[in-house]
Design a protein around this ligand. Structure first.
Ligand SMILES: NC(=O)c1ccc[n+]([C@@H]2O[C@H](COP(=O)([O-])OP(=O)(O)OC[C@H]3O[C@@H](n4cnc5c(N)ncnc54)[C@H](OP(=O)(O)O)[C@@H]3O)[C@@H](O)[C@H]2O)c1
Length: 268
């Protein structure tokens, strides 16, 4: 059996990872969410599946991740093959804000710190909590879902001055992931960041999806195209199936890379 922990599995890309991995008969999937009862899309998608375990953790609260690691250990006998850290602060209003969109500098500071705790420190908390389990398995793969928005060349080419806290804190996560790759290199780990592309995850917002957000995402793809940045919106199924091909094929020389879901190192 190959064991996977997906952190941020309630909806969107994380949910799709659970769905696709659960379809593999030789896999055990730990879907880690903030609130299991409210993760209705996940509950519906995994109902009756024996190889999916839903666990609760909040990435800003390290003790909850430690408890999730203990629960995984109880099921697997102390091992975890692959960690996929996907959780991020994605609520549209804070994500879209630029530097001038705050009533005061104190409010900017407070909001950026919220994003930093989830998007940057959350990665460190998650890797650290599961590290002893990952060390005990032969696979030793850690995948952190990143974004083109953490890359200065993409930000410049696409002309994105807003999404400030999101971009800055995801860039911090990219460096944190790279540091772990360097730190764990000699132990045989493969630690990578993965850009998922532009993914229309609006189908799992709320109970019935969010058509307005969908229009915004499709509009963003058109704007990028006009600026010469090719980034068409994909379905979660398309993006995650491409990501999983890369995760399956990760090799030691990939350690530390920022990969594009389409293959190879991410380039804007
Ligand atoms: N969609 C895109 O086009 C796109 C593009 C580039 C990169 N990404 C990256 O892909 C990843 C997933 O994005 P998505 O579009 O699938 O977003 P999404 O549908 O909004 O899902 C975000 C997930 O993160 C979880 N989460 C948020 N804060 C958390 C916390 N404090 N502790 C634990 N879990 C938390 C959410 O759980 P709750 O349900 O509890 O809120 C949810 O499961 C993110 O890392 C994002 O930066 C997405």
């Amino acid at each position: 059996m190959t064991s996977y922990a997906i952190v941020g599995a309630s909806r969107g890309i994380g949910l799709e990872y659970v769905r696709q991995l659960a379809g593999r008969p030789d896999s055990t999937v730990f879907a880690i969410v903030r609130n299991a009862a409210k993760s209705t899309h996940l509950q519906a998608a995994t109902k009756g599946l024996k190889n999916v375990h839903i666990l609760e953790a909040e990435v800003t609260d390290y003790s909850t991740l430690e408890k999730a690691a203990k629960r995984i250990s109880d099921v697997t006998g102390g091992k975890l093959d692959c960690l996929i850290h996907n959780a991020a602060r994605m609520e549209p209003v804070p994500v879209m804000k630029g530097f001038d969109d705050y009533p005061s500098m104190d409010e900017l500071d407070a909001d950026f710190i919220v994003s930093y705790k989830i998007n940057a420190l959350g990665v460190i908390h998650s890797i650290s909590a599961f590290l002893s389990l990952l060390r005990a398995a032969p696979t030793k793969k850690i995948v952190v879902i990143s974004t083109a928005g953490a890359d200065p060349t993409f930000v410049r080419k696409a002309g994105i001055a807003n999404m400030s806290a999101y971009g800055m804190t995801k860039a911090a996560a990219l460096i944190a992931t790279t540091k772990y790759a360097v730190k764990l290199q000699d132990e045989g780990f493969i630690v990578v960041s993965m850009s998922p592309g532009l993914v229309d995850t609006t189908g799992t917002i709320g109970e019935k999806g969010d058509p307005e957000m969908r229009t915004l995402i499709l509009g963003a793809a058109e704007v990028f195209k006009k600026k010469g940045v090719s980034l068409g919106a994909e379905t979660p199924e398309q993006s995650v199936s491409a990501q999983l091909k890369l995760v399956d094929g990760l090799k030691p020389s990939d350690n530390g890379l920022f990969l594009a879901h389409t293959g190879g190192e991410y380039r804007a």
